[in-house]
Write a protein of this length. Sequence first.
Length: 235
Amino acid sequence: MNKEEFQNHLKELNITLSDKEINMFENYKELLKDYNKKFNLTSITEDKEIYLKHFYDSLCLMRIEQLKEDTNLLDIGTGAGFPGIPLAIVNPKLKITLVESNGKKSNFLEIVKEKLNLNNIEIINSRAEEYTKNNRNKFFFATSRAVSHLSIISELEFPALKINGYFIPLKSSYKEELEESKNKLNLLGGLVEDIIEYNLPIENSKRTILKIKKIKETPKDYPREYNKIKKEIKK
């Protein structure tokens, strides 16, 4: 996907980029490629792949109309800023908190924030469970992309959600994980409201957004330590 294809396919999501926003994505791409030479941020380094698998894939979350409004979102395990930074570029009203435990990646995010003048993002260098334990019932949306099993990431994110807020993870495949996570989601206060299935353009690979509503308070014992959460997942 080149820059022109990126813009054209975004129109199918009802997103039209301004010249300023196009330049922001270009600058972000170049920063990503430059700093990736110094330390590993991503295995995706070709321009066309960055546009498709990082930028466009992240912006598929805009299929959820409420993300175009003035609200807030938590992005845990954001890595080099996905999906949070692309969302911040296209909706300056969306207040986004990026949580990343890796110090070098967090430093890179600070550089992107400064270079792109993204005043609507906050960067937290912290373990996810430590952050959400101390920031309960704060966000209307929480998301992650290619971070871990649904059962793990849901426990890390649900405590930070407000009642009637939504956990909206991006997944390539989901059916097995969702089945394995049903009991955990119920325990955390989650109810699957919608499953949005679509294909990435050009390569036609399958993608899914799970829209899981928080309908009741998450028990105060959650999140637990990461090692305890991870032990529940069958190898």
